[in-house]
Design a protein around this ligand. Sequence first.
Ligand SMILES: O=C(O)CCC(=O)C(=O)O
Ligand SMILES: [Fe+2]
Length: 224
Amino acid sequence: MIVIIPDVLTVDEQSQLRLLASQSNFVDGKETAGFRAKMVKNNEQVAKDAANKRQLQEIVVAALNRSKDFRRGAIPFRIRPPLISRYRPGMTYGPHIDDALMGSATSRDRTDVSCTVFINDASEYEGGELVIHSPFGVQEVKLPARYAVIYPSGTLHEVAEVTKGERLVAVTWIQSYVRDERHRQFLSDALEVRDKLHTIDPKMVEADTASRLYTNLLRMWAET
Ligand SMILES: O=C(O)CCC(=O)C(=O)O
Ligand SMILES: [Fe+2]
């Protein structure tokens, strides 16, 4: 399930992120790439020890946590500290699979959902599409500023070369309460039905049935 989420960042958060990023030291993105991804990763990201890094990460995580669509799609248990990545002309991130486990040896998270938050606007660069190779074909994602996309971490994906301008994004990974993407889809469907029935008539008994379905499926599948 690939979910596009509009307006994850407020206008104010977006300008704060841009300002903080412009004051930050960027380094070669290979530093944080896994075994094979290193070979194809050619971008830059805010340095590990950059003074602004924590603040950038906090803004992105708070925005994601606030978004109802994000919570529905990802059912987040833990969100990894985001990377702030920049692609300038000639930069690209070739086809790769994100690492299954991320973090230090003493505290690793499983990555179930990958997420890109678009800090600047698609009109500010050429190229730079996030290309997701899903089982149903290839999907190219290039979104307006403040939008986000989430997709299953098990999918091969790449970032096409930026040929003009600059692409600025935050990238993060989520360990979901529900590890199986099909189960997350079923839960999202059940919620959609529950909400629709509730809107039609809050007293409708089928709204309770849909609610019971959602809640008990979540109880059955949730793991911590
Ligand atoms: O920049 C993006 O949209 C995704 C980058 C990516 O695939 C990664 O950092 O693992
Ligand atoms: Fe990736």
